[in-house]
Design a protein. Structure first.
Length: 104
């Protein structure tokens, strides 16, 4: 998704390119099976970053500290139905809460 977003950014700008890339990638993707905190989930997408990103929610943009020994983990669930699940934005509505996990 990042590669596609970067390719589209020159023409559309960063945020619109990100939305276009997300829709294109999710349309061609199958959910992934992942285990987080010993719980199995089906997810459309996983974000793992070094340090705690802000703002909380779907679009992490900044991080102020990299030396806290934390990883920021966010994922879009595929195993929970959203209200209005027929719309293309439905996967975005079920973003799991941000989890700052200790780095291994």
């Amino acid at each position: 998704m990042v590669r596609l977003r970067e390719k589209l950014t020159r023409r559309w700008g960063k945020w619109p390119a990100g939305a276009i890339a997300l829709v294109r990638v999710l349309a061609k993707s199958a959910p992934l099976h992942v285990t987080i905190n010993k719980e199995r989930h089906m997810v459309w997408m996983v974000f793992v970053g070094n340090g705690s990103y802000r703002p909380k929610g779907f679009a992490p943009t900044t991080r102020s500290e990299l030396d806290k020994g934390l990883m920021d983990v966010r994922y879009i669930r595929a195993d929970v139905r959203s209200h209005g699940s027929g719309s293309c934005s439905a996967p975005c509505l079920r973003v799991a809460p941000q989890q700052d996990l200790p780095a291994p």
